[in-house]
Design a protein around this ligand. Structure first.
Ligand code: FE
Length: 344
């Protein structure tokens, strides 16, 4: 379609996350969803690459016979098995499904950044697998072989039928609800719940001074993921403001039910992968931790808490919130700012 020639400027009041004015190009201004632009800038200043982190200690510990127990090795490999494919599910959802229905230029800018970060995460897992000389076929195929991983991946992928369909279009009550449901599932559940027992295990290694290079990779990933989750929550809350009719009591109940089902799947994952517990975290601790974070996700989109349990792993929130204090984050950011100035 040729570009329409007009002096008519874009009307900020017609900007919407979905169902906004059709545009042939991204006109970033006038900017309405400033949370997305802020997230884009945070993403850039948090930029990192897996290969910057030395894996030497991890390689030595993995080769040594007296550092890791058999249970620890198996737990390490299984969480890696979950991770290697999980970020690509998020990436596919952004690129193949979500992006084309989003009509806010600034939200699209962040989605482009987020998609790249998902690629960096998949790269990080590949880098760990390669550095440690693990069997790639074993790790990368786990989502089809290990029930607890398969069940989580299938649960998420079962929501793809709607907005992945090439005929899917927003603009009706049903399709807009379908889009909103997709964001809830991918943000609140995939990015907000399904990563967290695996994160806890890797940080458990870190707290024992084991596999610290891998743990550092995962800390960077956690920092990115908490931004992805924030952005998803902002998208949900903004669509609720722009199209309040979508947020019906039935719809809210459906989201709550999905989150409750996801909590069960995540508890099943944690208890089957670490049957004897690991680093002092036992089945009951994982259950409470997962319920606790699910409540936090529910609260942020205005849905009722379901579990009301205290956080049994308070050190997890410290690890997520440490980004401003910890030195390695700050030094990377500075390096990127210097490296960003090209000298021809
Ligand atoms: Fe993500």
């Amino acid at each position: 379609m040729p570009i329409q020639k007009t002096h008519q400027k874009v009307d900020i009041n017609k900007r919407r996350v979905i169902n906004g004015e059709d545009a042939d190009v991204i006109q970033l201004y006038p900017m309405r969803h400033t949370f997305a632009w802020d997230a884009y800038n945070v993403g850039n200043s948090n930029h990192w690459l897996p290969t910057e982190i030395t894996m030497q200690n991890d390689i030595e510990q993995w080769r040594a016979s007296d550092v890791l127990t058999d249970d620890e090795r198996s737990a390490f490999k299984t969480v890696l098995g979950f991770f290697t494919t999980a970020d690509s599910i998020a990436a596919n959802n952004i690129v193949i499904a979500m992006y084309k229905h989003v009509t806010s230029p600034e939200c699209r800018m962040y989605l482009l950044r987020q998609a790249y970060e998902e690629a960096i995460h998949t790269h990080a897992y590949q880098y760990i697998v390669e550095s440690l000389g693990l069997d790639e076929g074993e790790i990368f195929n786990m989502y089809r072989e290990v029930d607890a991983i398969y069940n989580k991946a299938s649960f998420i992928l079962s929501f793809n039928e709607g907005i992945f369909d090439s005929n899917f279009k927003t603009g009706t009550f049903e399709s807009d609800q379908k889009f909103l449901e997709n964001v809830c599932i991918f943000s609140l559940i995939l990015e907000g719940i399904f990563f967290y027992s695996a994160f806890a295990v890797i940080l458990g290694f870190h707290r024992q001074n084991k596999m610290v290079g891998s743990a550092e990779q995962i800390q960077y990933i956690m920092r990115d993921e908490s931004q992805h989750l924030n952005f998803g929550i902002n998208i949900i809350n903004t669509i609720k403001e722009e199209q309040p009719e979508l947020w019906t009591p039935e719809f809210q109940q459906k989201i709550v039910n999905n989150i409750r089902e996801a909590v069960n799947l995540e508890v099943e994952f944690a208890t089957s992968v670490f049957p004897k517990g690991i680093f002092g975290m036992n089945a009951e601790g994982f259950r409470q931790y997962i319920q606790h974070i699910a409540d936090r996700r529910l609260a942020r989109v205005g849905l009722p808490l379901q579990y009301n349990v205290p956080n049994p792993f308070p050190w997890m929130s410290e690890s997520i919130d440490l980004n401003k204090e910890k030195n390695f984050f700050e030094t990377r950011v500075t390096e990127y700012q210097v490296g960003g100035t090209l000298d021809w």
